[in-house]
Ligand binder design. Structure first.
Ligand code: DLL
Length: 415
């Protein structure tokens, strides 16, 4: 453990030196904070370093943050974001190798072995999900099916004919596939055993739904393109937080308003520093994802940092009549109301500067008008007691919400 610590300290010093000498934006930021690489003697010095923001990457579009020679780049990915230019990220050959290793370790953490058949139904392309899972699976020696997202009938055919044991996709797409599997009564013909679900927030309620519909262990995988892609955090079968490999990442949780580092156990914004990356290392990258570091060690015996399931993003937080509301809390509340289907979205309107929230869930089967009214009341009550604020509810008939094949769009803004 001591050795590993000092290894991480040396790696931190290396990455700081690398960006200082190669990326003018990092150097300028560090100079104005009065820090030089010499000041970084160990991990404990990390808090003297300035934060990095997504806007740093966006403003240096496309490759202003490169910390290697342009000719050493072997791959680009990009995340679209909701507005403006995409954020481009780059990888050297060693970076792709490191990513494959990190992802492969995550798959092992999930209990996957070389004997598994992994169907990767995350999108392939600029999004890091498909290729990230793909390379990790191959590194592990498993058989990988690069199905990508969509073409759901074909997904089911591949699952059956190639004997898929691991399904990797967004939880919302897994929900769509699980409905098709149920409708076609196909479960018994599929050897599925594990789901690797992530790229968007999801709840324990949805985990239960997917596990029972698919007869699998459903595990949470976390990552973001600016830091690497999928493979930053992974749940083990204890399902008690996501393990983060401290050979590759340093994790901190900060108060998003003040930037103060919070003690383990306290909820705040996750900040990540990469170790070993060459093309686009990040120093104290503000993810805007809300979580906490879980103190103590996991029952599985793995050492290193563990974070709680991501609760949401600071920028997805809605303030409804003064109360902070996250889409993930809505999902938790809806999951507790029998008769709802796990498909939902939030409609946000604004009147005279005040936000109004309408929660729009889908019911799981058509019911009488009386039963519908009862369901409506239960949903309103359930949301009120969990969120602490009264919100509007509009129930939709089964199948009314379009099924997502990638990340679900949960928030719809209406005039
Ligand atoms: O979503 C990488 C990924 C692919 C992760 C496949 C897991 C599986 P981006 O498109 O850059 O990268 O989006 C990153 O998605 O900052 C979180 O807000 C959210 N996110 C990712 N994983 C989870 C998760 C990929 N397990 C952003 N739970 C992140 C909640 C997640 N949110």
């Amino acid at each position: 453990m001591r050795e590993k610590q000092s290894g991480a300290s040396a790696e931190l010093a290396k990455v700081v030196e690398r960006v200082w000498s190669r990326v003018p934006r990092y150097r300028a930021r560090m100079e104005s904070a009065g820090v030089t690489p010499k000041d970084i003697r160990g991990i404990e010095d990390i808090s003297s370093l300035p934060f990095t923001e997504k806007s740093d990457l966006r403003d240096s579009y496309p490759t202003g943050m490169l910390a290697c020679d342009r000719s050493e780049v072997v791959r680009f990915h990009a995340s679209s974001g909701t507005t403006g230019r995409p954020t481009v990220v780059a990888y050297t050959r060693n970076d792709v190798d490191l990513w494959s290793e990190a992802m492969s370790r995550c798959l092992s953490t999930a209990g996957i072995t070389k004997d598994d058949v992994i169907q990767v139904a995350y999108g392939y392309g600029l999004f890091t999900g498909g290729l990230g899972l793909h390379y990790g699976g191959e590194r592990l020696g498993a058989s990988v099916i690069p199905a990508s997202g969509g073409f759901s009938e074909r997904q089911l055919l591949l699952m059956k004919d190639l004997g898929t044991t691991v399904l990797a996709c967004t939880p919302s797409y897994a929900l769509k596939l699980s409905e098709m599997i149920e409708a076609g009564d196909l479960r018994d013909s599929l050897p599925l055993r594990i789901g690797i679900f992530g790229a968007e927030p999801w709840s324990e309620g949805l985990r239960g739904r997917l596990e029972s519909a698919l007869g699998i262990t459903a595990l949470d995988v976390y990552g973001l393109s600016e830091v690497m892609g999928p493979g930053v955090g992974m749940e083990c079968t204890c399902k008690n937080g996501l393990h983060i490999d401290d050979e590759f990442f340093i994790t901190e949780v900060i108060d998003p308003d003040t930037g103060r580092v919070l003690p383990d156990g306290e909820e705040g914004e996750l900040v990540l520093t990469t170790l070993g990356k060459e093309a686009m290392p990040v120093i104290r990258y503000r993810t805007h994802d809300i979580t906490r570091r879980i103190p103590g060690s996991c029952a599985c015996g793995r050492k290193g940092a563990r974070i709680a399931r991501i609760k949401g993003r600071t920028d997805d937080m809605l303030i409804i009549r003064g109360v902070n509301v996250f889409p993930s809390q809505v999902e938790v509340a809806l999951g507790r109301v029998p008769g709802l289907s796990h498909h939902y979205y939030l409609e946000v309107s604004e009147m005279e500067g005040l936000k109004e929230l309408t929660v729009v869930p889908e019911i799981s089967e058509t019911v009488s008008e009386v039963a519908m009214r009862k369901l409506q009341m239960e949903t309103v009550r359930g949301l009120h007691s969990l969120l602490g604020v009264r919100v509007n509810v509009r129930l939709l008939e089964p199948g009314a919400i379009e099924r997502s094949e990638g990340k679900a769009v949960r928030i719809r803004r209406v005039a």
